[in-house]
Design a protein around this ligand. Structure first.
Ligand code: GAP
Length: 480
């Protein structure tokens, strides 16, 4: 069902050509919905992680970090409800032998075919929503027939009944051992260790970045829905009576964090309350971003109350509660869960631009926030002779200790600028004949393409000031 718009195809190709994202095991034909991060992709991803990590842990003195294992005791997944309830609906087409999620088939059909009839669209989506709520799968099946929805590839309506499908990957030959479908359970199972070792007091949070795995039937849209992906999650443990206060706090605080990134404009984001709650949640809200294929979730904020700790207490027979303020209780949990790859895609897609220049040519530029750019600055000699490369290399070697730089002399200056634009490098510094006489270089800005001369001594300071995380962290800083 691959049907991308023109820009999205261009984005996927740009990400590959410039070493951001490669299809996994491509030499063997690739693997559905699994991707690798190339040399610039991994730098950008690491910068995103650092930004999130510092925002969570460094800026909140009551949030600490964790890095728990991917494989966990099998009882974890019984206690968490994932073995019984982490299911998706599934429908097969008997002719194409392809699997689909019925609700997505209907949503996509409606988006495409009821464009001019908003009432019909709303009525159909509301019926779908009601049936999902009531778990009336028969009605969803009837809806597919009524709408005459065909298999997107084979164009036939030869559908099976709708059934459930567990999304966890089970490890072969290891009974009941699963690849984790969320990082959160590593946080819950270490709750007591963290309290004890770090003397944490309610309210406090535990943040973690790590891989998760889901056997997505409908994995697609590039990095949007993958089978192996990373999550940046934070569980915030609170007094039960403060649930609403902290739920609202984290919804607003996370939205503010996204808005400070300034991807697109304010209209690129919206908060949307969940219609269908995950089995562990008592309230849920998504931060949605306007991707090239429409508004979709990037981050979920959930109130999980005491669902997980209570269940782990029951299964493990270990006390997972606190004794504070003369009370002995299981804290409630507010969770913030941001998909790293999905967030990468949001940043990449909103930064990639094709600009028409005054001379009529098109330049492709990745206008990433400077502090996320994979490479902070490039150093070029104007020509490959007369000692200019030696001066440029000396400057490069002095500054590379502090910042991720590129030295390049392989092409003409114009072409070198274009390449740096395409990977999002904020500044280029060119060493020319005047450098020998005046110790100045030309500094060129990625976004404005304006050039000015600055002293060699200023290069490092400018990179630090303009491309470091300090400015944005200061804006986000919360006082004790
Ligand atoms: N611990 C809660 C949890 O996992 P979720 O809404 O299922 O909640 C949280 O997932 C975030 O993880 C989503 O908002 C999304 O950004 C990311 N995510 C979930 N499934 C994904 C997938 N198959 N591919 C990429 N990212 C995914």
């Amino acid at each position: 069902m691959k049907k991308y718009n023109h820009f999205f195809d261009f984005l996927i190709s740009h990400a590959k050509i410039y070493g951001f994202i490669f299809p996994s095991s491509e030499i063997y034909g690739g693997l559905n919905a699994i991707y690798d991060y190339g040399p610039y992709g991994v730098e950008l991803k690491n910068n995103i992680k650092e930004f999130w990590w510092k925002s969570m842990t460094q800026l909140h003195e009551n949030i600490v970090g964790l890095d728990s294992s991917i494989l966990m005791h099998s009882d974890v997944w019984y206690a968490s409800g994932h073995v019984d309830k982490f299911n998706e609906l599934l429908i097969d087409n008997k002719d194409s032998k392809k699997r689909y999620r019925p609700e997505i088939l209907i949503q996509e059909y409606v988006e495409k075919n009821f464009l001019d009839d908003p009432k019909k669209k709303e009525k159909t989506l509301s019926r779908l929503s009601q049936s999902l709520k009531k778990k009336d799968f028969l009605d969803i099946r009837v809806l597919i027939d009524e709408l005459c929805i065909c298999d997107p590839v084979f164009k036939t309506k030869n559908w099976t009944e709708i059934r459930h499908f567990n999304m966890m990957f089970e490890i072969k030959n290891e009974k009941n051992l699963f690849l984790r479908p969320e990082t959160a359970q590593g946080i819950f199972s270490n709750f007591y260790n963290v309290i004890k070792s770090n003397r944490m007091k309610i309210p406090f949070g535990i943040a973690q970045i790590g891989k998760s795995f889901r056997n997505e039937i409908f994995a697609r849209k590039f990095l949007f829905r993958m089978r192996e992906f990373e999550q940046m999650e934070m569980q915030f443990f609170i007094l039960p009576e403060e649930e609403i206060k902290w739920y609202e706090y984290w919804k607003n605080s996370r939205l503010k964090w996204h808005l400070e990134l300034n991807l697109g404009d304010k209209k690129s984001y919206r908060l949307s309350d969940h219609d269908h709650l995950a089995h562990y949640a008592s309230a849920g809200s998504d931060i949605e971003f306007h991707f090239p294929f429409g508004f979709k979730e990037i981050e979920g904020i959930h109130s999980r109350r005491d669902f997980d700790l209570k269940s782990h207490e029951f299964f493990s027979k270990k006390k997972l509660r606190v004794f504070e303020l003369k009370k002995n209780y299981i804290p409630y949990v507010i969770e913030t869960s941001l998909g790293l790859d999905r967030f990468f895609l949001a940043i990449f897609s909103s930064s990639l631009k094709k600009e028409k220049l005054e001379n009529g040519t098109i330049r492709v530029v990745l206008k990433l926030p400077y502090y996320l750019s994979p490479v902070k600055a490039a150093i070029f000699p104007l020509v490959k002779k007369d000692g200019l490369p030696e001066i440029a290399k000396k400057i490069f070697n002095d500054i590379k200790i502090c910042h991720r730089l590129i030295y390049d002399e392989k092409k003409s200056i114009g072409k070198l600028y274009r390449r740096q634009d395409a990977i999002g490098t904020p500044f280029c510094f060119t060493i020319d004949y005047d450098t020998i006489k005046t110790h100045t270089v030309t500094m060129r800005n990625r976004d404005s393409m304006k050039q000015k001369r600055i002293h060699v001594k200023e290069i490092s300071k400018i990179i630090e000031k303009e491309t470091g995380l300090k400015k944005i962290l200061k804006k986000l800083s919360y006082s004790i």
